[in-house]
Each structure stands twice: as structure tokens, then as C-alpha cells.
Write a protein that binds this ligand. Structure first.
Ligand SMILES: Cc1cc2nc3c(=O)[nH]c(=O)nc-3n(C[C@H](O)[C@H](O)[C@H](O)COP(=O)(O)O)c2cc1C
Length: 456
């Protein structure tokens, strides 16, 4: 072994120790499941998106398995598609608003972290700061905010606009928005509240700081009308993968989600985002990289494959085509021949990353539109296998420095969550990769993140 290799191995093991040898697992709850036809599966409750008993039982299963957090995605509108297509899917038409839901989940769980999505394009920061501060108090320090800039024109049209803000503007606003929200959370010093009944002093006025923010996009006086959150700042999650998205995440995020499915690309992304965090003067270990991992598992490989096959036969082809169009940027593909190549479409103002990934796959594998639709319908992002095979995959990515853990996606609920919790989690524990129970009480504790000090 050369000296250089010895040194890099030592560096790596030191870095691994500081990173911790334990995975972080987040449960991406999208009832009744991520797969668009999940609601048709005989083992799901079709109305699970608006059924609190169902959602609470999913969160409790994730908590019994000691997941770091559950995560709720959100759109603030129905994406454009024909009524025929929309009438065949559940999630985008019939789901709880996530912060309201998280308050209910907070009351029905005690340890698991609770992450909800809120848009920086179609909210005001005072509302978001107040909501997440409240959620952090209600949950005893378990709240997280997934900072999104939103995705489509259908959302913009619910907020006085004809089309979605352009990509650069919405990221600029997102950054300022985040700074206002965290500034508002810091309105009161941690020990500002004396609750001194005999003297009649509720809080010490010297420990209250109005924000008085005036920036390019936002003007907010403050202070916020609630005490500093138990975690100081609820955990910040981000999932942008464009240049602007990565820059924002590297500066503000405690957790970054990604949708990368290829190990090599995930390793590059991991190294890049950690370097960017360091360039912002941050400890790279305080930005946890959690790629999405969609799993169907069973004791044998053939059972797992059968479960997957039973699911994917439920998706009507027109829904798969609409899904592909959506992730390409909302462009209508119907004028193009199904057996022809993907046309050159304008750069998406929705998710640039999703669009690029579809183009990369199509070019690399010479796919026609029909092939791409089939890949969407076949749910080829989902990994099927035995618990040992799934754990091998997880271990390869974790030790290969492609992930600090995973954002586990459940194609249908509760089946794939029950299987992950009952089969894969014990296997990860046998390998010493995942905790057997919670050691702390807050989401920051679970993630090994420090409580941020107040900044004036
Ligand atoms: C796992 C994951 C979950 C996401 N959840 C949401 C969401 O709930 N709402 C939303 O508007 N965007 C969501 N996004 C989209 C991202 O916030 C972001 O807009 C997208 O990845 C495109 O980023 P880019 O514009 O930087 O390429 C999610 C992305 C990923 C990978």
C-alpha cells in the first residue's frame, strides 16, 4: 500500500468516525403511497391521504422502528393534466395540508422527528416562521421545515400569478425568505421569558429583538409572537439540485434530499455538497445527505418481485404518460410519435434536475417516448429484493460516501413501510448500521446536529 493510500485511508476513517457510523433514516410518507396507482392497491386505504388514523399509524410504525423523522411533501395546487388523468390519481387531489397534519402527528407520537414542506414562493415568511416555531413547541423540538420554491404554474395560479416565478428569482427569494424566518425565530433570547408572577414581568424586554428586515423581495418588521423554538431553529431541509439549489442547500440546509439513483453520481453529489458547505464555513458533517430510496422487500427475491408486479399493473398508461410530461417540465408530449425520440424541449421552469435526468437516461439508453413511459409505469426507481440485498445496497452507498442515510420512499402504504421496518431495519441493526432506539429527544439530537445559537 502506498503512503498516499495509507494517509487517505486514515483520513477517511477519521472522517467516518466524525460522521458517525450510524445511518439516518427518514420516512417519506405520501399516503397511500408514492406510486401513482397506490390507492388502487387492495392492501391500502384508498382515502389514506385524508385519513388521520391511517397516517398516524404510519408515523407510529416509523417511530417504533426509530426512524429519525417522517417527511411530508406538498404542492399548493393541482398540477396541470387532463381531468381524465387527474380523476385517476389520489395524492395531488386529496391530501392533508402538511403543517396541520404534523400538529396532529406531534400529539400522537413522542420521539420521531416531523418534517413538513412549506413553499417560499407562495407564503409569507412571518406565517412560516410562526407555524414552524409553534410546531417545534408543540412537538417538544421535533419539527423540520422542507424549504421548497414550488414546482408548477398550477400552483402560481392560486396566488395571483399566471405562471410560476422564474427559477433564478424564486431561489433568490427563497434565500432571503429563509434568512427572515430564522431571524424571526431569534426574536426572543432563549432565556427572555421570566414568567415572574409576583413582579408581574412576563419577559425581559432587553431580550427581545425586532428584525426590521428590508430586502429585495421582503419587508418584515418582527418580532415573532412566540418564544424561540426548543431546537433554536427547527431543522432545515432542502432538495434543490440545480446550481442555485445546491448553493442554497450548502448555506442553509441541515439535511439535503436528492433523487439521484446512480451510485457514481451520488458520490460526486455528496462530495460536492460537502465541499460547498465547507466553503460556507460550515462543518460538512452538519449537512446530512439523504438520497431517496424506494423499496419493496420480502423474505425471498421472487416474493418481492411479485409484490412489485402486482403494484405496477394498476397504473393506467395515460397516467404514466402524464407523469413523464410533468417531470419533463409540463410539456405536452401527445403531438410526438410514441416510437420516436424525446423532442428537444425548452429548459424546464419546474425541476431542472428532474428534466435533465430524464434526458440523460434517454440519450444514454437510446429510449423512445414509449420506453420512457414504460420506465415510469414500471417504477424502475424502486429496488426490489430481500432484506439482505436492500441492506447491501444501503451499506454500499453509506460506506461509499454517497449518503449519510436515506429518505425511504414507500410505493404503497402501509405494506412497504411495514416490510421495511420489520425486515430491513433489523438487518441494518444486525450490521451495526442503525440505532436500536432513540438516545435524544429532538430531531437535532437524532441527526447529531448542534442547536444553533441566536444571531443578532
Ligand atoms: C425527495 C424530494 C422531495 C421533494 N419534495 C418537494 C415538495 O414537497 N414540494 C415541492 O414543491 N418540491 C419538492 N421537491 C423538489 C425540490 O424542492 C426542487 O424544487 C427540485 O428538486 C428541483 O430543484 P432544482 O430546481 O434546484 O433543480 C422535492 C425533491 C426531492 C428530491
Amino acid at each position: 500500500m502506498s503512503r498516499r493510500t495509507e494517509r487517505s485511508d486514515t483520513d477517511r476513517s477519521r472522517a467516518d468516525r466524525s460522521r458517525g457510523d450510524q445511518l439516518h433514516l427518514n420516512a417519506f410518507l405520501k399516503p397511500p403511497g408514492e406510486y401513482l396507482a397506490a390507492w388502487r392497491h387492495p392492501d391500502t386505504a384508498a382515502d389514506a391521504g385524508v385519513n388521520i388514523r391511517e397516517v398516524l399509524s404510519f408515523a407510529r410504525t416509523a417511530e417504533r422502528a426509530a426512524f429519525d423523522a417522517v417527511f411530508l411533501a406538498d404542492l399548493v395546487g393541482v398540477p396541470f393534466a387532463s381531468e381524465d388523468v387527474l380523476s385517476r390519481v389520489s395524492v395531488v387531489n386529496d391530501s392533508f395540508e402538511p403543517t396541520t397534519l404534523l400538529a396532529a402527528l406531534a400529539a400522537g407520537t413522542s420521539r420521531i422527528g416531523l418534517i413538513a414542506t412549506a413553499s417560499t414562493s407562495y407564503n409569507e415568511p412571518y406565517h412560516v416562521a410562526r407555524t414552524f416555531a409553534s410546531l417545534d413547541h408543540i412537538s417538544g423540538g421535533r419539527a423540520g421545515w422542507n424549504v421548497v420554491t414550488s414546482l408548477n404554474d398550477g400552483e402560481a395560479q392560486n396566488f395571483g400569478l399566471d405562471s410560476h416565478l422564474d427559477h433564478a428569482t424564486r431561489y433568490e427569494r427563497a434565500e432571503e425568505f429563509h434568512d427572515v424566518v430564522t431571524g424571526l425565530w431569534d426574536s426572543f433570547e432563549d432565556d427572555a421569558f421570566r414568567h415572574d408572577q409576583p413582579d408581574g414581568i412576563y419577559f425581559d424586554p432587553a431580550k427581545l429583538h425586532a428584525l426590521n428586515h428590508e430586502g429585495k423581495h421582503l419587508k418584515v418588521a418582527g418580532p415573532l409572537n412566540i418564544a424561540r423554538p426548543p431546537q433554536g431553529h427547527p431543522v432545515i431541509v432542502q432538495a434543490g439540485a440545480s446550481e442555485a439549489g445546491k448553493n442554497l442547500a450548502a448555506r442553509i440546509a441541515d439535511v439535503i434530499f436528492s433523487g439521484i439513483k446512480d451510485l457514481g453520481r451520488a458520490q460526486e453529489f455528496y462530495a460536492e455538497i460537502k465541499e460547498r458547505a465547507a466553503a460556507h464555513g460550515r462543518d460538512p458533517d452538519h449537512l446530512k445527505v439523504l438520497p431517496a430510496l424506494s423499496v419493496i422487500t420480502a423474505p425471498t427475491e421472487s416474493e418481492a418481485r411479485e409484490k412489485h408486479a402486482r403494484l405496477i399493473e394498476l397504473l393506467p398508461p395515460q397516467v404514466a404518460l402524464a407523469d413523464l410530461s410533468y417531470w419533463l417540465g409540463g410539456f405536452d408530449l401527445s403531438p410526438y410519435p410514441l416510437d420516436g425520440p424525446l423532442p428537444e424541449l425548452p429548459v424546464s421552469n419546474q425541476s431542472q434536475t428532474a428534466q435533465q435526468q430524464i434526458y440523460e437516461d434517454a440519450r444514454r439508453d437510446h429510449l423512445t417516448i414509449r420506453d420512457l413511459v414504460r420506465r415510469f409505469a414500471d417504477d424502475e426507481r424502486t429496488i426490489t429484493g430481500t432484506p439482505e440485498q436492500i441492506a447491501d445496497h444501503i451499506e454500499e452507498w453509506f460506506h461509499g460516501r454517497a449518503a449519510d442515510g436515506f429518505n425511504v420512499v414507500f410505493p404503497y402504504l402501509p405494506g412497504t413501510l411495514d416490510d421495511f421496518a420489520g425486515l430491513v431495519v433489523p438487518e441494518l441493526r444486525r450490521r451495526g448500521l442503525f440505532r436500536t432506539g432513540y438516545t435524544g429527544t429532538t430531531l437535532r439530537d437524532h441527526l447529531g446536529l448542534p442547536r444553533p445559537p441566536r444571531t443578532s
